[in-house]
Write a protein that binds this ligand. Structure first.
Ligand code: 13P
Length: 255
């Protein structure tokens, strides 16, 4: 059984005081979430505050990126032990915006993922194709290659701590979400890739989130797909009401 994982990626939004206000509203409306996991990934500057606000609540803390060294002369970087120290359980690696604006290539993403695992963080490995790649019919090939490269040298004992997020780049921040059927198809391809790289059982147990314009009005249909195990939510995680509605998606049996 895979426990659904709903994660909010706040990207470069929210000052510390705005972050505190949003979390207050989230916690006030959260209610019972025993059958799903909730993660919030604020900017680095809000991690410390949110760590204390989330203590004793069902929401876990995540970061949006990490560097692969533990410490040293790496100006501007944040290490896995630092994220653990501030209370993070999860960290996003390989988000397409990191790949596009900060030069994170597959090799860097893999180093970050392995460093996260080595320090007890659960990496959320983002993969996804561009619009031209989808139009050219190479989406599956691109995504499979990103999964293979991202997980290079990751052992079977470490795999259960990994989460994969399929985020088609053309669906991010555009309101143009993948159809539930297209997302399901890619998730099934990712799971088959994992089964080939590891074992069918490990692949069955690994969570694969969908990301890209997940909203209150499409989350139920996406989450009803057999291979979609959660959502990585950008814009709609910045407001309490929309994120809470996504967190409380209706399960297939409830639709
Ligand atoms: P949006 O939900 O704003 O499309 O962003 C998705 C995303 O990039 C989450 O990591």
């Amino acid at each position: 059984m895979r426990t659904p994982l709903i994660a909010g990626n706040w990207k470069m939004y929210k000052t510390v005081s705005e972050a505190g206000d949003l979390v207050e509203a989230l916690l006030a409306g959260l209610g019972a979430v025993s059958d799903r996991e909730v993660v919030v990934c604020p900017p680095f500057t809000a991690l410390h505050l949110l760590s204390s606000l989330f203590a004793g609540t069902p929401i876990a803390l995540g970061a949006q990126d990490v560097f692969y060294e533990s410490q040293g002369a790496y100006t501007g970087a944040i290490s896995p032990p630092m994220l653990r120290d501030v209370g993070c359980r999860y960290v996003i690696v390989g988000h397409s915006e990191r790949r596009q604006y900060f030069g994170d290539d597959d090799a860097v993403v893999n180093r970050k993922l392995r460093a996260a695992l080595a320090h007890g963080l659960r990496p959320i490995l983002c993969v996804g194709e561009t619009k031209p790649q989808r139009d050219a019919g190479t989406a599956e090939q691109v995504v499979v290659a990103q999964v293979q490269a991202g997980l290079a040298d990751v052992g079977a004992t470490q795999l259960p701590d990994v989460v994969i997020a399929y985020e088609p780049i053309w669906a991010i921040g555009t309101g143009d979400t993948a159809t539930a059927a297209d997302a399901q198809a890619m998730h099934a391809t990712i799971r088959a890739t994992l089964a080939a790289l590891y074992t069918p059982e490990l692949a069955q147990n690994l969570r694969i989130q969908y990301g890209g314009s997940v909203k209150p009005d499409n989350v139920d249909e996406l989450m009803a797909q057999p291979n979609i195990d959660g959502a990585l939510v950008g814009g709609a995680s910045l407001k309490a009401d929309s994120f809470l509605r996504i967190v409380h998606f209706r399960k297939r049996s409830m639709l």
